[in-house]
Design a protein around this ligand. Sequence first.
Ligand SMILES: Nc1ncnc2c1ncn2[C@@H]1O[C@H](COP(=O)(O)OP(=O)(O)O)[C@@H](O)[C@H]1O
Ligand SMILES: [Mg+2]
Length: 331
Amino acid sequence: MITNAKVFRPEHPPRDLHHREGQLDHLSSVLDPTRVDRPENVCIFGPSGAGKTTIAKYTLDQLEKEALDLHWAYVNCMADNTPAAVLFEIVRETGLGADIKREGTASSEAIHRLRECDDHIIAVLDEVGSLDEQPLLALWNVPNVSLICITIDEDEWFTALSSKAKSRMQSAETVRMDKYRHTELVDILDSRVVHGLVGSRLDDGVIDYIADLAAGDARYAIALLRQAALHVDRHDMHQLTEPVVDAIADDAASEIRDRNIRSLGSHHRLLLRIIEEADEIDSGTLHARYEDRVQSPKSRPTRRRYLRSLIRSDLVERDGSTQDMRYRSLD
Ligand SMILES: Nc1ncnc2c1ncn2[C@@H]1O[C@H](COP(=O)(O)OP(=O)(O)O)[C@@H](O)[C@H]1O
Ligand SMILES: [Mg+2]
């Protein structure tokens, strides 16, 4: 029943961005390269699957078509997690660093390249809660660079920043995205059905059923639809029904989890592995095992930032008081 598998790929940009017109207009006007004053910095906040990453990329694709002197770069800070790696990635993606190598490029050299460029550069820092504040401030200080900082939990991020960084980030424009409502998810799903499935083979009401299960999370909704359609095809079934959705619900959740893990940088991944190996582990033992296993360990504050990212991604949970913190893997 799948006619176009591409429309279900997570990296595939949606043809139409549904129900985010207000946020789209807001973002485009803040970043408009033709503004007389310098385009601003923006923070995007909202839960997982609310469309944060999608709206940022979608807006920049559109702005890029209208402006010749605009470059943009996208970095997932949970993957590219050293300051130098993040800055290198921005320079590379904007086409300003074809001649430099990732290894050995100092942060100062990357910042210099950005500063020397006459054009306007927009850097998307996704999962910015994982990023050290030093490259954040360095980028902030480059006049021709605007930042789009994306994270789930605004309070948690601000709490972890120094007062200097916090006051800067709070002066940025803010775009907030809530979980999708039921009818909005239905529209998002319907559009994927039209472009990727044989619609007549979906039972009446099954899209409503998927939207209910997904509870406002477009990523999970799309994964459920994809896994259900795959199940129908693999088992030579005719209809996509509610029991099919029930049968694959766990697979859809694992697909998202696996993808999250694959996108992690090596230090995030090691922390996760140590927690998984132990099932449950106290903070002291976790840090000791981590230090045993890496040659150049990240500082404790950095590790704590990475651990908070793992929690936000629903890979790990934590409980206990500050003195008696315990981490557990969630699978
Ligand atoms: N408004 C929308 N219209 C169409 N598809 C959407 C919309 N919002 C999210 N999606 C899809 O849902 C999935 C999750 O969106 P994403 O932007 O990755 O969420 P977030 O970054 O907030 O976790 C992606 O596959 C994206 O294409
Ligand atoms: Mg995202």
